[in-house]
Design a protein around this ligand. Structure first.
Ligand SMILES: C[S@@+](CC[C@H](N)C(=O)[O-])C[C@H]1O[C@@H](n2cnc3c(N)ncnc32)[C@H](O)[C@@H]1O
Length: 336
């Protein structure tokens, strides 16, 4: 990435859509919450762009460990809060007002690259996949849930059309403790991955990761939390990497984004806000050609931005966001 802010401290994760995000939320002032700190690319971008303070949230202790190194140069302008961004109200208690919230969903390159974290179907490691490194692992899930439930997880969270065949094969061959044997089994079921195609295990691993980390629940709750903590005029920017997440964010802004605020030809607002957000990106923003060339991982990224109005925050139902919900609520898997 050519953005020098992204390079400071030698961040191994290349931030995606950082330039359009900073442009869409400019001018950056006051207190910002980065709900997905990762390697700190967004937090540094916000601090360098003029934020007085950034509260960096991440579930993963690794992100906090890294921030203790790169964050030193920012002193107390950077504060860290380990936990789920769905609970960002707690992190926001330390400040008077929040001027902006950014969310960059999914996993970081560091998480994927470290075989011992168990996110990758390319590298052998324990079948773990926990961002927060606590609670049941992917192995706990795969080895204990019933076949029909496993098929549902693969279908609903991974949009895997061969979910039943894969679930049947997993249940026949389990237990699985490592990533590669599971990835190889999925390849045997679906047929070898052809050159240029996504790996056969891509959708199943995505589904397990989403289930293990409760990612859709976190997004649903996180959007509502952002609405509660932001001050009027504050900005919410969300970057998603797949269609289900983008649909949830789009629906959220459709339901909570102002449709009735009009600007007359003199630039005056003619009607008061009636919804908690004014949508600043009518269409999702994707990477430009330069970013695509520099970082192919940005291909599926989409950015949506809203500005908080004076209208009080209100709850939204998961179903209103078209959030995929398991037909059968998974029982908390037993640890083996
Ligand atoms: C795509 S990376 C963010 C990268 C970051 N923007 C950067 O430039 O380095 C996503 C990060 O968010 C964290 N994360 C994902 N879901 C989370 C949640 N619900 N609460 C807190 N952290 C979360 C992951 O652990 C990961 O470190």
């Amino acid at each position: 990435m050519s953005d020098p802010a992204a390079q400071k401290g030698g961040a191994p994760h290349v931030p995606v859509l950082l330039r359009p995000l900073l442009a869409a939320v400019a001018p950056v002032t006051g207190v910002w919450i980065d709900g997905t700190l990762g390697a700190g690319g967004y937090a540094r971008g916000l601090l360098d762009a003029g934020a007085d303070k950034v509260i960096g949230i991440d579930r993963d202790p690794l992100a906090h460990e890294m921030a203790r190194n790169w964050g030193a140069e920012y002193g107390d302008r950077l504060s860290l809060w380990q936990g789920n961004f769905a609970q960002m109200d707690k992190a926001a208690e330390a400040v008077e007002a929040v001027d902006g919230v950014v969310l960059d969903l999914g996993v970081s390159s560091m998480q994927l690259d470290r075989a011992e974290r168990g996110f990758s179907f390319m590298k052998d490691g324990p079948l773990d996949m926990r961002m927060g490194q606590e609670g049941p692992t992917a192995a706990d899930l795969v080895n204990t849930v019933e076949e029909a439930e496993l098929a549902n997880i693969l279908f609903i969270y991974g949009e895997e059309r061969q979910s039943r065949r894969i679930a049947r094969a997993i249940v026949q061959d389990r237990p699985f403790d490592r990533t590669l044997p599971l990835a190889e089994l999925i390849e045997r079921v679906l047929g070898r991955t052809k050159p240029g195609q996504a790996h056969a295990a891509t959708r199943s691993f995505q589904a397990l990761r989403i289930a293990v980390n409760g990612e859709y629940d976190a997004l649903w709750q996180g959007l509502m939390a952002a609405e509660r903590v932001l001050k009027p005029g504050g900005r919410l920017a969300v970057v998603t990497f797949h269609s289900v997440e983008d649909r949830m964010v789009k629906r959220f802004f459709q339901l909570h984004g102002d449709k009735k605020t009009h600007v007359n030809r003199y630039g005056d607002q003619t009607q008061a806000a009636t919804d908690p957000f004014e949508v600043l990106t009518r269409k999702a923003v994707g990477p430009d050609a330069e970013e695509l060339a520099e970082n192919p991982r940005s291909r599926s990224a989409k950015l949506r931005v809203g500005r908080r109005t004076e209208i009080p925050a209100r709850a939204v139902e998961a179903a209103e966001l078209s959030m995929p919900v398991m037909k059968q609520t998974p029982k908390t898997p037993r640890r083996r």
